[in-house]
Design a protein around this ligand. Structure first.
Ligand SMILES: [Zn+2]
Length: 88
């Protein structure tokens, strides 16, 4: 039993004409109310029909910038003697 809760972001197989493939669940039930993330278009889709189209569902929107590098501190730019060239 896989239900998509309200607020979840679903990725469908076919893309919307606006180019987005992600839809947010506005209302869950036997018929789902989905809103396109790209253009805010709202459509209704039956649950069994939706299950065939969903390729991925995200319970919450995770930020894509979850890398190790934080932009607040750059030790390379603060290294002394970067502009001086001393031959050894
Ligand atoms: Zn759209």
């Amino acid at each position: 039993m896989s239900l998509y809760p309200e607020g979840a972001i679903l990725t469908l197989k076919k893309s919307h004409p606006c180019g987005s493939r992600e839809w947010q669940v506005l209302r869950a039930g036997w018929e789902y109310r989905l809103q396109c993330v790209g253009c805010r278009h709202v459509m209704l889709m039956r649950r069994d029909q939706l299950h065939k189209l969903v390729v991925a569902d995200h319970q919450r929107v995770a930020p894509q910038t979850a890398t190790s590098g934080t932009g607040c501190h750059r030790p390379e730019a603060a290294s002394p003697g970067a502009g001086t060239q001393s031959p050894s």
